[in-house]
Design a protein around this ligand. Structure first.
Ligand SMILES: Nc1ncnc2c1ncn2[C@@H]1O[C@H](COP(=O)(O)OP(=O)(O)OP(=O)(O)O)[C@@H](O)[C@H]1O
Ligand SMILES: [Mg+2]
Length: 262
């Protein structure tokens, strides 16, 4: 992996977000280089989803800003793809798997143009990549959670974006589906695309991510995983959460965490 530190793809500057006068993100400041697979970790309610929403202009920051490719989201909208947290989406919407995936090509189609062969091929290719060919005509309401997650991913792929924000793409999927998804994400970064993923499973952080962003309302750390995913910073990120401290202890036992660098 080549990291181009001089040209950040994501720049979060002094970002503060407040819901009903309660600040949930405080003074967040970091940049991400292009071509990396980055994980955002932090406990429930830490502000991970809010951070992605701020990048997608879905929440208005109290102060600060997010720039993507050095520009505002408006200017680079077609190059940015957002996959929301699965449970926040209405899956009763009457549409087939293929319809939903094909819809991903709409921004590139422009107004009043129907999908042609190229777009249809793009959709079929994405369907294959996420191994959902057999479910092409199934209504999305009749899919399992893991299958819905893959529909989301396929739809994002047809958008042909350069930057992907994904909110917990591995939530509630089995090991085989997780493998399929991570393979697709790694392929994207091998083509120079940047993928930012909200993640919950600390066991796989070191294995999956080139870069890790650790938040707990404030930014605890952001950097190459080998440098920031240390026991001290993990503990600081999840501080006080008993179950997670147990998890940290387990990680230490199995030596999945890098040694401390003094
Ligand atoms: N629309 C909203 N109005 C008021 N408070 C909100 C709203 N959305 C989120 N919050 C609060 O903001 C905080 C951060 O929420 P956020 O969804 O960003 O957390 P998260 O890190 O994604 O958590 P999880 O791991 O559970 O998905 C939480 O305390 C949440 O209750
Ligand atoms: Mg969330």
């Amino acid at each position: 992996m080549i990291i181009h530190v001089d040209q950040p793809v994501v720049e979060v500057h002094d970002l503060t977000v407040t819901y009903e006068r309660r600040p949930v993100l405080w003074d967040i400041d970091f940049t991400l280089p292009g071509g990396i697979l980055a994980g955002i970790i932090g406990p429930n309610g830490a502000g991970k989803t809010t951070l992605i929403k701020a990048a997608m202009d879905l929440v208005v920051p109290g102060s600060g800003f997010v720039r993507l490719f050095g520009k505002s989201l408006k200017e680079v909208r077609s190059k940015v793809s957002y996959v929301p947290q699965r449970r926040t989406v209405d899956w009763d919407f009457p549409a087939s798997v293929y319809d939903v995936i094909l819809m991903g090509t709409y921004p590139s189609l422009g107004l009043f143009r129907y999908p042609r062969k190229a777009e249809k091929e793009l959709a079929l290719d994405a369907l294959r990549k996420v191994e959902l060919e057999d479910f092409k005509n199934r209504q999305i309401s009749q899919l399992s959670g893991g299958q819905q997650q893959r529909v989301f991913l396929a739809r994002a792929l047809t958008q042909n974006a350069d930057l992907f924000f994904m909110d917990e793409p591995f939530a509630g999927v089995d090991a085989a589906t997780e493998k399929t998804i991570i393979k697709v994400l790694q392929e994207l970064t091998s083509h120079g695309k940047t993928v930012v993923v909200v993640h919950h499973d600390l066991q796989s952080v070191a294995k999956y991510f080139d870069w890790t962003i650790m938040i707990h309302s404030r930014l605890i750390a952001s950097g190459p995983t080998s440098q920031v995913f240390t026991p001290e910073l993990v503990e600081k990120t999840y501080g006080g959460k008993l179950d997670l401290l147990t998890e940290v202890a387990h990680l230490l036992q199995t030596e999945k965490l890098p040694p401390r660098e003094d």
